[in-house]
Design a protein around this ligand. Structure first.
Ligand code: FAD
Length: 292
């Protein structure tokens, strides 16, 4: 099923993101974790794509397993930066053969090594080119793209960032998933601006439950997200007590989701980081709202 159908509904759609292992030895434990999350029967699950594509077989394997064994629709991520055209076309073919119907088309991060390399010969420099490639390949996927309520770190300003976002939507991107954010007002502001710019596709709000103090630093470094004072106070108070921090982080994420839905943001994607217990707790906190 194409997930765009789910995203158009006005009930709360709660979905989870998982990531593939880096090595063969990690595969079974990651698979088990993703299966436990699939047992929760979320609206869909996304499976990320390792930078450089070295773990692409695991992305596909996990996405296929979730769909075939648990009947949970999967969204397979695909990045294009530094990839050859042959590789991208092969990945598209693999996804089609595996019965995948939903693809998250991404550029991928520019690592310092990639920044220093000769990029003039690359076939793809931005996600929009991958979206066009998928469309031209004739693959009938529902295509998603990434968006940034706090601006992509490489963009000079939000106007420019939103103009490029519009190009992705015009190229065939049917929905957008946001980078994590910890202050819902940033999302409301962003939604107002993109709607004004003529971007009308569903936007899925990306929520990261911070369940240990170390994650805070990593999350800020990765995403550049603004940490509201209310969130910082929580980390100050509970950061040294792992069990309390986990409970507080889940409560904060739940509270964000309830506020989003109360403000008519119906699609929420939880960056569950392969943690079934966290996914389960957030879902059970919302069971009446989800009608479960
Ligand atoms: P783009 O849409 O190409 O945008 C990147 C930058 O280029 C922006 O500043 C944009 O404004 C600008 N830009 C876009 N088009 C043009 C143009 N035509 N000309 C000039 N400038 C342009 N990374 C992974 O490696 N694997 C994953 O599975 C993964 N999943 C993700 C899921 C989500 C929801 C998000 C938010 C990010 C994810 N990432 C993943 C990280 C992502 O690859 C990085 O954020 C990357 O830096 C940008 O990817 P993009 O697809 O948004 O790129």
């Amino acid at each position: 099923m194409k997930i765009i159908e789910t995203l158009k509904k006005d009930t709360l759609s709660l979905s989870f993101e998982v990531f593939p292992p880096k090595t063969d030895s990690g595969f079974e434990s990651v698979k088990e974790a993703t299966e436990k999350i699939a047992e929760l029967k979320p609206a869909f699950m996304s499976v990320t794509y390792g930078a450089g594509g070295g773990t692409s077989k695991y992305t596909l394997n996990i996405a296929k397993n979730i769909k075939d064994r648990f009947g949970v629709e999967s969204l397979a991520h695909l990045t294009c930066v530094s990839s050859t055209r042959d590789t991208v076309l092969a990945r598209i073919g693999d996804m089609k053969a595996a019965g995948i119907e939903n693809v998250m088309a991404l550029r991928g991060d520019l690592t310092p090594e990639l920044m220093d390399s000769d990029r003039s010969q690359w076939p793809y420099h931005h996600a929009v080119e991958l979206i066009r490639e998928i469309k031209e390949s004739g693959a009938d996927f529902c295509i998603g793209g990434a968006c940034y309520p706090e601006i992509h770190p490489e963009s000079a300003n939000q106007k420019e960032d939103i103009a490029h976002l519009k190009e992705k939507v015009d190229a065939g991107c049917e929905f957008l998933t946001t980078q994590m954010f910890f202050d819902n007002n940033l999302l409301y502001n962003f939604l107002y601006k993109i709607r004004e710019a003529g971007i009308t596709v569903p936007v899925v709000a990306g929520i990261m439950p911070i369940t240990n103090a170390k994650q805070v630093e990593r999350a800020v470094k990765l995403s550049g997200s603004f940490m509201p004072q209310r969130f910082k106070a929580l980390v100050d108070k509970f950061g040294s007590d792992p069990a309390a921090m986990k409970q507080a982080g889940i409560a904060y994420a739940t509270d964000q989701i309830i506020d989003l839905f109360a403000n008519n943001v119906t699609n929420v994607h939880v960056y569950s980081m392969n943690k079934p217990d966290v996914a389960e707790k957030i879902q059970s906190n919302l069971n009446r709202i989800l009608g479960k």
